[in-house]
Each structure stands twice: as C-alpha cells, then as structure tokens.
Design a protein around this ligand. Structure first.
Ligand code: NAD
Ligand code: ZN
Length: 360
C-alpha cells in the first residue's frame, strides 16, 4: 500500500479584522518594482470603499474584478495569464484571490498557469502540473466550498468540468477573516454553506473514509448542524464557525472524495450552468436513498431558513441533453467508487440517473 503524501496550505491567519494585515503579510514576497501583486477581487466588491481601500497598491500592483455570474472557464484563465505576460513581461510577485470559490479558483489557476506552459485545459485532471506556481494567497469572503484549503481549482473547459488537482495548487497563504462574509445574502449563505455540509456527508459516508478524513468531517458536520439547525450562536459566532467548518470540510475530502451529489451536480453545471452550491442543494434534496440521515437533516435546515429551491429544471430537457449530464456525472469515477464501493458500476445505472435527473 502506498499512501499519498498531501501538501497543505503553508500559512494561515484567522481572526476578525485580520484582512488588515494583508499588506504586511505579502510585503516580504515582493520581488522588485517590476513584479507586481495582482489582486483578483470578486466584482461584488467593486465600489466597496471599505474593503478596497484596505488593499494597498504599490508600483505596478493591480486589482482585477472577477465576474461571478458564471463559474471559471479555462479560456478565461488563459486570457488572464496572457494579459499578465503581455503587460509586465515578467512574473508577478504574487496572485491574491479575494472572494468566493470562483475567485479563489481563478487565483489558484492563474498562479499555476504562469509557470506551466500551454493552455489550462491540458492540465485538467490529476497531477499534470510540472512546475511550482507563483506565490498565491486566498482570502475567502463567503464560507463553504473549502476552496481555501483544497488541492484543486475547478474549471470548465471545452470538454469537461474538472479540477487542476496538483501538489502545487494549494495556497501558500490564507487569510481567514470572518468579517469579510458579512454582506452575503441569505440564499447564497445557505447554498455555499450546504456545499460544506454535503462535503461532510459524502466524505463520512464514503468507502474512502479513514481516521484522518473522519476527524475533520465529524467536526465540520457538527458545526454545520449547530449553525444551520440551532439558535445557539450569535451572528458573529456563526460567521466564525462557518468559516472553520468550510476549512474542516475541505480537509475532510482532501484524503477522501465527494460522492453522488457532486457527481450529479457537475452534470447540471456542465449542461445548464447551474452553480456549484445551489446545484448541490438541488441534487442532494433527492438523494435520500443514498444519504438518508444527511438528506433528512438538509430538509430540516432548508425548512428552518425558508429556502425554496428551484424545481423542474430538467423537466423539459431532451433525451440527448439528459444523456450528456449522465455522461458527465458517470465520468467522475473516483466519486462513484467512494460513494458506492468498487462495484459501483453495477449499482448506479443510467436509468437510475435518468429518473433522478427528471425529478429535479
Ligand atoms: P461564488 O464564488 O460563486 O460566490 C457566490 C456569490 O456570492 C457571488 O455572487 C459572489 O459575488 C457573492 N459573494 C461572495 N462574497 C460575498 C460577500 N462577502 N458579500 C456579498 N456577496 C458575496 O460561490 P462559492 O459557492 O463560494 O463558490 C463556488 C465555486 O467554487 C464554483 O466555481 C465551484 O466549482 C468552486 N469550488 C471549488 C472548490 C475547490 O476545492 N477548489 C470546492 C468547491 C467549489
Ligand atoms: Zn463542493
């Protein structure tokens, strides 16, 4: 048996207001006046003086606002990388992503593609990256995906939605400042928070589970139950704890895998552009055969927070479209093996997936 030797985020700061230390943290990494820091910032913060004024720009440093209506595409990453190379003709000192899963994934992908030749679509998969990335920093402004801690950056390419999974993908530095999550809308808070809950359920009920994953998964699962089902916490405590749940949920799948909800949600995302958080919720709602306890809790959480999920999003799809989603879902073999074991192919059939998708 060969055990995987996983990288982790090298440095992390946690605390309300810790974002104020950004300048001081990255300053020692500056490589000179011609090597800027590039800040990718969620465009929801455009014009938000309170946040933007705390990003101290020097020399040729630049802020680039990232739209979040769609999840990141490989072509978009290639464009960002080309813009940097054309503008500066030198590698930047660092790439800093400030936002949700989308912006953190953009920052990770750009930092990798600056030092690895060719197009980002050619690196979608496992361990295809050859060279270490440019120094990169992740600063989440919404909690749940675990993108701040994971060794992947999920991109939609011309042929598939798949991560660039590599030992060089994790951030060199993460700043966890729960205050930054203050302005998130209730629905988005729920959808992205449920991504974390689903990570825990899929990892804790998977065949890949080991004591390492379990220790993180159980903690995050407990935090999610308290945050979403009780009134035990003040708003600030809930923000702090959800940020840590996201971290632990991400750590829990590092040494294991996600499962049925993620596989099927990738199908919805690929065909219909349904975003990760809400897509997981739409799918998970129908998975009581696979995760009975988790789905029952999810339904209670949904009820408590008055969340209404879209319905019938697949009801008018053609047969070939449903088949495309099924193909995308089934291509994610490790997820199925984790969820259902080595015999997964005899357990999950195209017909079962078709029936499930048609209910969504
Ligand atoms: P997101 O990045 O799509 O952001 C959701 C919405 O919240 C956006 O409209 C954004 O503008 C808004 N938002 C973010 N912070 C805010 C704030 N403080 N105030 C107000 N609005 C705010 O959502 P997400 O759920 O965090 O990320 C989903 C993405 O993450 C997907 O692209 C998915 O593929 C990816 N993902 C990556 C990993 C990984 O390990 N790399 C894991 C899970 C998901
Ligand atoms: Zn997820």
């Amino acid at each position: 048996m060969i055990y995987r030797n996983y990288p982790m985020v090298s440095r992390v700061v946690f605390g309300r207001g810790s974002f104020n230390q950004l300048d001081e943290i990255i300053a020692p990494k500056r490589q000179g006046i011609n090597a800027p820091f590039i800040f990718y910032v969620d465009d929801v913060f455009k014009g938000n003086y309170e946040l933007i004024s705390r990003i101290k720009l020097s020399y040729k440093d630049k802020i680039i606002y990232v739209p979040t209506t769609e999840e990141p595409k490989t072509s978009q990453i290639d464009r960002y990388v080309e813009d940097i190379i054309v503008s500066y003709r030198a590698l930047p000192s660092g790439i800093i992503g400030i936002g949700g899963g989308i912006v953190m994934d953009v920052a990770k992908a750009v930092s990798l593609m600056l030092t690895n030749k060719g197009e980002s679509k050619d690196y979608q998969g496992w361990d295809l990256i050859k060279h270490p990335a440019v120094y990169h920093v992740g600063i989440p402004t919404i909690s749940g995906t675990g993108a701040e801690v994971s060794r992947t950056t999920i991109l939609t390419g011309p042929e598939r939605k798949l991560g660039i999974n590599s030992d060089y993908t994790p951030f060199d530095q993460v700043i966890l400042d729960p205050e930054l999550t203050q302005g998130v809308s209730k629905n988005q808070w729920f959808y992205t928070g449920m991504d974390c809950f689903v990570h825990c359920v899929e990892s804790l009920n998977g065949t890949y589970l080991n004591a390492f994953s379990e220790s993180y998964g159980e903690k995050a699962f407990q935090l999610c139950k308290n945050i979403f089902l009780t009134d035990n916490y003040t708003e600030q405590e809930a923000q702090d704890k959800l940020m840590m749940a996201s971290w632990h949920g991400g750590m829990s799948i590092a040494y294991s895998q996600v499962g049925v909800a993620h596989a099927m949600s990738y199908g919805l995302s690929y065909l219909l552009g349904v975003k990760h958080g809400i897509g997981n919720c739409i799918v998970f709602n129908h998975l009581s055969d696979y995760y009975p306890e988790g789905v029952a809790l999810f339904k209670k959480m949904k009820e408590k927070h008055g969340i209404k999920l879209p319905q019938g999003i697949c009801s008018n799809l053609r047969e070939d479209q449903l088949n495309t989603m099924i193909n995308v879902a089934l291509s994610l073999e490790p997820l199925w093996e984790n969820a259902l074991g080595k015999d997964w192919k005899s357990i999950i059939t195209r017909e079962k997936l078709m029936t499930l998708y048609k209910k969504m």
